[in-house]
Design a protein around this ligand. Structure first.
Ligand code: ADP
Length: 485
């Protein structure tokens, strides 16, 4: 544990306001725990409404100056932050594994992915474009410019403690916005370390604040009601997203919402089955299944269903479960007791309704929030496990006969984030990708996230996209200047 202790001692545990740590009002703290053991890792400052307004004071104070910096200067700071995160990749990876539980190999991937948003948006900062044209009537000139939205609040989830922050911070800073981040209460340490890295990279004081709190609503409520805040960007559950959209109405805030998913993973009878099994392993088991893009419903052509299920079961049964920091581990614990109970209840209900357990199906004894990697076959179409996000290492398989049935089943959800299809037919790939009500479609690929691509959902999966050349638009206002000819 000694290198862990050394690492934890080096991570800030105060609120991050004005480029430095400070205590929460009244010195309040809350405990951050290791989900593999239940032990306390750190006591972290617990922000109050007063602290939130203190952070907004500084975000608002420096907003105009930050917006006026040269795009190249903002780019250089983001690039320096990318370099520093990359240099400290192992610290970030271990820290994420300690507070979130995922296998350290997955944490390393997340560091590379998360850091890349900083590099990508460092490259976008100097490329913010407007336009200029003559009015069609010939009696005026049209100048269109882009301006930063203003101070933003980012509320991030625990499943990707670094990347869900950098995906918002990167474009916000590149656009010239200041930002207050409210990280998830289970995983605030990664974001605090990132704040320190930004200070080391030369980010001016006040541009980025981090407010850990055990009372998310108590911190976000006063910020959303304050006219100085101009935007909220959120990744988390659809339930909380709806609440934040409602609360954004008061000040008519810009909103970006990355909400829940219920991804279908459709395997057609002409698919390369070994590739489909590889893809399903990635789409289902990456991050222990705790991803909004996770394959939630494996919808498999009945002609190949038994063969696919048998191969997948063999692979899933062979996964090594354990603390994320043990090098051989492939599946770590779930984030907390509530999440494990939720997964267990979904499985138990599905089994009671007729699903067949091919492997797993139970929580593991002992300390930590472990759940057996599980495959369920014959899952009834009306089971809750196919209607809502599982967020755990459980593959739920149903069958279909015709392409139309597969599309109908895939779209039979109020969510529309990611979808996956496996087929050897190019025609079918394009036809089905068009027909799926989904913001993102993976064709013969189980992992689709890429900082250079727009990530976002339709229906109740959200509003707006993150990443790609599109992502920075979420942080820019369009202004039209009318000029005489
Ligand atoms: P999950 O159920 O996966 O934990 P949540 O949507 O509850 O997802 O959490 C995502 C983020 O939203 C976290 O940072 C959490 O603290 C925050 N959050 C939860 N409830 C609220 C709320 N009422 N107002 C603002 N933020 C909230």
């Amino acid at each position: 544990m000694s290198n862990f202790d050394e690492l934890l001692a080096a991570v800030p545990t105060g609120l991050w306001i004005d480029g430095k740590q400070s205590d929460a009002t009244g010195g309040r703290t809350f405990a951050v725990r290791n989900p593999a053991t239940g032990e306390v890792l750190a006591e972290v400052a617990d922000a109050s409404a007063d602290d939130a307004l203190r952070a907004l004071d500084s975000a608002h104070r420096v907003q105009r100056e930050w917006a006026a910096t040269a795009p190249r200067q903002r780019a250089e700071i983001l690039r320096a932050a990318w370099q520093l995160v990359t240099d400290r990749a192992e610290d970030f990876a271990l820290l994420m594994t300690l507070e979130m539980g995922k296998a350290v190999a997955e944490s390393r991937s997340e560091v590379a992915y998360g850091a890349e948003f900083l590099r990508w948006f460092s490259e976008e900062a100097p490329r913010i474009q407007g336009r200029y044209t003559t009015a069609p009537s010939g009696n005026g000139r049209i100048l269109v410019t882009k301006a930063p939205v203003g101070p933003c609040l980012a509320i991030t989830p625990w499943n990707f403690p670094l990347a869900m922050g950098t995906r918002k911070i990167g474009p916000a800073l590149a656009a010239g916005c200041t930002m207050i981040v409210k990280p998830a209460e289970d995983t605030p340490l990664t974001m605090l370390l990132l704040a320190q890295v930004f200070a080391d990279a030369g980010l001016p004081e006040g541009v980025l604040s981090v407010l850990p709190t055990a009372d998310a609503g108590g911190v976000s409520g006063p910020l959303l009601a304050d006219p100085r805040l101009r935007k909220v960007t959120f990744t988390g559950s659809t339930r909380v997203g709806k609440l934040l959209i409602e609360q954004s109405a008061g000040q008519v805030l810009r909103t970006s919402m990355e909400l829940g998913g219920n991804a279908p993973f459709v395997v057609f009878d002409d698919a390369d089955l070994d590739a489909a099994v590889d893809g399903a392993m990635a789409a289902k088991m990456r991050n222990g299944g705790e991803a909004c893009t996770a394959a939630n419903r494996l919808i498999v052509a009945n002609a190949v269903r038994e063969e696919f299920t048998a191969k997948l079961t063999e692979r899933i049964a062979a996964l090594t479960v354990g603390p994320g920091y043990d090098e051989g581990t492939q599946i770590g614990p779930l984030i907390n007791e509530k999440q494990r109970t939720s997964v267990a209840t979904l499985v138990d209900e599905a089994v009671a309704a007729g699903a067949r357990v091919r492997t797993g199906g139970r929580p593991l004894d002992g300390p930590g929030w472990f759940y057996e990697p599980t495959v369920l076959d014959n899952v009834p179409g009306d089971a809750r496990i196919v209607a809502q996000e599982i967020f755990g290492p459980v593959a739920a398989i149903t069958g279909f006969d015709t392409e139309e049935q597969a599309i109908d089943a895939a779209n039979a959800t109020e969510f529309g984030l990611a979808a996956y299809i496996y087929t050897r037919s190019l025609d079918r790939s394009l036809r089905v990708a068009d027909a799926l009500e989904s913001g993102m479609v993976g064709v013969n690929r189980g992992v689709i996230s890429d900082p250079a691509a727009p990530f976002g959902g339709v229906k109740q999966s959200g509003l707006g996209v993150e990443g790609g050349t599109e992502g920075i638009e979420e942080y820019l206002e369009t202004k039209y200047v009318a000029l005489p000819l």
